[in-house]
Design a protein around this ligand. Structure first.
Ligand code: PEP
Length: 243
């Protein structure tokens, strides 16, 4: 199974500057890990031109064109040279009220356009405290069980518990390992075409300090990193910790 390390810059740019950041990250030996940078839309081409890393958009429209002010289509993202797109991030679901049905349409169109989708799923604290994580994540995967899944070269799932995103409170390696087993079981049920092949990443306050605990259980196929990915040294230290 391929391993991934994805830098989600969100609506930020690296304080050290894009050029310096990309020079550092592109100089790294990726070994068996695909390094992916997800910048804001206007910087997609910039990162593509730096070469050596894969490039993801942070979102896309569920339409290829139309009177949809402020939207960006999968075709446009492809034209910039990006290979992948993050979909269903909890910030999109919660701050921008993206419903499951919209995310499912985006997923279908992204796959039809040749983009590798990175589908984010994850529970909030209320769901975790109620002991409903497994059911909740299975439901999120069920609603994203689109026909196009079987056509994709690769579909990546990112388990991102909402209570761990940007909070400095990461899940432990043991917690993630247990949840990834449940996600794999849900994939078997709802995404049979991707059951064995979909890489499952973890995201939520990953840093160079906790990466060792997270990989110690051997079940994680990589990470989606927000805050710590804005500093190339931290991002590369997480990469080094994936060994
Ligand atoms: C994210 O936004 O996908 C994320 C995991 O952020 P952070 O690493 O900052 O928690």
């Amino acid at each position: 199974m391929s391993k991934y390390l994805i830098a989600n810059w969100k609506m930020n740019l690296p304080p050290e500057g894009i050029e310096a950041y990309l020079a550092n990250v592109c100089a790294a030996d990726p070994r068996d890990v695909a390094l992916v940078v997800a910048p804001p839309f206007p910087f997609l081409r910039h990162v593509v031109q730096a070469g050596a890393v894969s490039v993801a958009a942070q979102n896309c429209s569920d339409q290829q064109s139309g009177a949809l002010t402020g939207e960006v289509s999968p075709n446009m993202i492809r034209e910039c040279g990006a290979d992948a797109v993050i979909l269903g991030h909890s910030e999109r679901r919660n701050l921008f009220h993206e419903p499951d049905a919209l995310i499912a349409r985006k997923l279908s169109l992204a796959i039809a356009t040749g983009l590798t989708p990175v589908l984010c799923i994850g529970e909030d604290l209320r769901v975790r405290d109620a002991g409903e994580v497994s059911r909740f994540l299975a439901d999120q995967l069920k609603t994203a069980a689109v026909d196009a899944l079987g056509d994709a070269r690769e579909v990546i799932v990112a388990y991102e518990p909402i209570w761990a995103i940007g909070t400095g409170r990461s899940a432990t390696g043991a917690m993630v390992a247990e949840t990834l087993v449940e996600i794999r079981q849900a994939l078997e049920r709802f995404w049979p075409s991707r059951f064995a092949s979909a890489p499952i990443l973890y995201g939520g306050s990953v840093t160079p300090d906790n990466v060792h605990d997270l990989v110690a259980h051997g079940t994680i196929d990589g990470f989606l990193v927000g805050g710590a990915s804005l500093d190339s040294r931290k991002f590369l230290a997480i990469h080094a910790g994936m060994r």
